[in-house]
Design a protein around this ligand. Structure first.
Ligand code: DAH
Length: 349
């Protein structure tokens, strides 16, 4: 019995000494002190020991148990300490290291120009609306007084989806959609039509070859105002206000007669060159003026076809090329730069 106990103790001590982690220690604990452990087995055989020897043997078992438990605990502490030290070493933070630099994006020049434009028109009480990029021929041409075989249709090289559906070549179809909506709303509520004052920014498509001033996909901002007693003077005043706020307070505007099928009369609008102030420079090609948009009074036929009585209502419209004003404002000389997503370019804005 005595030998057996010594054997158990020596064996356990050796194994505890050799243990490398907490799992191994636990395994030893269960194997020696557990319910089916070696030492427990010895206790069970106490019944074979002569009664007068039992207290002595019992004492020996308890000593063995205490010694093993003590050893287990001291090695457990050692291992736990070592683990903690390792963890601390791995988690050391070197505060002198440079931080990880988070790259944040830039607003695209188109976006900056659009937000600026929206700021100006929202300030004048305009609402921002959107229309579909895939559009009916009916809205893109027909309702805008551009019937089949009209030469203006050929000028806008159109991407057709089928005979009736196309990629819009201009944001002007949003004009027709908004007018129809307002007329419908008035009918449904049995009230008179509410005045219209909207801008409609969006993407347009034309099957153009890419070069410094053309792209098959670009952006326009459409404007439309319809109410009683809207005159050409309102259009001029609005555009003058826009030019001053967008290009600078010294900016002048000049209207040149032009033709658009959906406006009558129509005009193209130039602003005085904001680079040279009108003296003539490379930017304005020496003329002192830069063309920025097309506009006019909404054609009576367009009003009528959208359900509005031209005897009662009148309106003006304008169309701004977003890329055009962005390029001008930031003095970028090639439209392709806006689409190439070269960060060396975009980082400058
Ligand atoms: N939609 C015309 C274009 O794409 C631009 C335009 C001109 C829009 C005159 C208008 C306008 O609303 O009144 O060339």
């Amino acid at each position: 019995m005595k030998d057996k106990l010594r054997e158990i103790r020596e064996e356990a001590m050796k194994r505890i000494e050799a243990a490398r982690d907490l799992d191994a220690l636990n395994e030893i604990k269960v194997g020696v002190l557990g319910k089916k452990g070696d030492l427990t087995q010895v206790l069970k055989s106490m019944k074979d020991v002569a009664p007068e020897d039992r207290p002595k043997v019992g004492q020996m078992v308890n000593d063995t148990r205490a010694a093993i438990e003590e050893k287990l605990e001291s090695v457990r502490k050692e291992i736990a300490n070592k683990l903690r030290e390792e963890k601390m070493k791995n988690e050391v933070i070197d505060v002198t290291l440079p931080g990880t630099h988070k790259m944040i994006g830039h607003r695209h020049p188109n976006q900056i120009a659009l937000e600026d434009l929206e700021r100006v028109f929202v300030g004048m009480g305009y609402e921002i609306v959107e229309g579909p990029e895939v559009e009916y021929d009916h809205y893109n041409f027909e309702l805008l007084n551009i019937p089949a075989n009209h030469p203006a249709k050929d000028e806008q090289d159109t991407f057709y989806i089928n005979k009736e559906i196309l990629l819009r070549t201009q944001t002007s179809p949003v004009q027709a959609r908004v007018m129809e909506d307002k007329v419908r709303e008035a009918k449904e509520t049995n009230s008179r039509m509410k005045p219209i004052r909207i801008i409609a920014p969006g993407r347009v498509f034309r099957s153009d070859e890419v070069d410094a001033t053309h792209s098959p996909s670009f952006h326009q901002v459409e404007g439309l105002v319809v109410d009683k007693n809207i005159t050409f003077a309102d259009l001029k005043g609005t555009l003058q206000q826009f030019a001053e706020e967008f290009f600078g307070p010294e900016t002048k505007i000049k209207l040149r007669p032009h033709h658009f099928p959906f406006t009558e009369p129509s005009a193209e609008v130039d602003v005085s060159c904001f680079k040279c102030g009108g003296k003539g420079c490379r930017m304005c090609k020496g003329s002192g003026w830069i063309e920025i948009l097309g506009c006019g009074m909404v054609h009576p036929k367009v009003l009528t076809d959208c359900g509005i009585d031209p005897e009662e209502y009148s309106g003006f419209a304008f169309g701004i090329g977003l890329e055009r004003v962005a390029l001008l404002k930031y003095e970028i000389d090639d439209m392709r730069l806006l689409y190439e997503n070269d960060v060396r370019f975009l980082n400058q804005f």
